[in-house]
Design a protein around this ligand. Sequence first.
Ligand SMILES: [Zn+2]
Length: 204
Amino acid sequence: MKKQYHREITSKALGLFFHQQALDEIIVANLEQDALRYQVAHDHFHYDSNSFAAGDAYCKEQRHLTLTAVQDGRASEARQAFGRLTHTVQDLYAHSNYVALWREENPGILPDGIDPESAFVLQNARLHSGKLYYPLEALSFIPVLNSFMLPLLPKDSHAWMNLDDPGRPGFDFALAAAIKRTRSEYEQLAGHFSKQEVSVLTGK
Ligand SMILES: [Zn+2]
């Protein structure tokens, strides 16, 4: 996902529950995951290159860090871990064929109807995510070069598969799934907390 959409998804999913300052900390940590140093050898941050097992393990680790930091009253650490978690779960829908598989199983249903945790999709042998074919892939990130690079890249590349912005077909489904999943991650974590602990995380 492009930065502005990570920001939009996170705000729409969590805005109701969080104080603005806490939400801003989460968004900063979310966006930091796309820093240049995390674009190479960090596929699991973005569910790139079929890193489903590593991506899931990373999410589990960030949930655990969020939980323990909240329980110890370390609000900023909790928000940073939760922000990292939101980035990775949001990228699942933009970087894989999750949306295509879900639409195949649920034809005619509008974006808001998407189930972000469909067992049919998550356990599907055809679920795969875009591979990063460097160096050509890096050039495809430059808008004016994208149309020249696409024909040179395989169909299972990130360049062909991504739903990172509204120019890509199915983007609205990826956006809706990411919003629902982000909210669900919060609700599941909050289910483990006392009222006081919830406010450590949310600042409310
Ligand atoms: Zn990313």
